[in-house]
Design a protein around this ligand. Sequence first.
Ligand code: ZN
Length: 146
Amino acid sequence: MIPKYIEHIGIAVSNLKESISYYEEILGLTCYAIEEVVDQKVKTAFFMLGQTKIELLESTDPDGPIARFIEKRGEGIHHIAFAVDDIEGRLKDLEEKGIQLIDKDPKKGAEGLSMAFLHPKSTHGVLTELCEAREKKVDKRIHRSD
Ligand code: ZN
């Protein structure tokens, strides 16, 4: 599996609004999207830095994965996401190589990406996300011909 680039770095925060203020007012970045991802029990905020995004994650559920992460370790870097092609194929390859997958099949993440997590036990301690952008152009063409 060859990742194309770092798609984003996921950071667990306890208060999205306060964290956005830090990134905007202190670092001078601009939050371009806030989105709730029901599947992952999070509200996310995105900042762009070159080709890579920073994804802030606030839990929407006290028992959600981000809430549990913060409870154990406090706020901080939660995961790194690599952009890949053919995410289904990549997951199959990794599983065959003995890598433990958290998501055997890709899920729908923020920004319409397909995403899946690899278990940190298999990745030397780094919760790793693979994500693939879906072809938006194709979707539009299908909608137009409806
Ligand atoms: Zn992510």
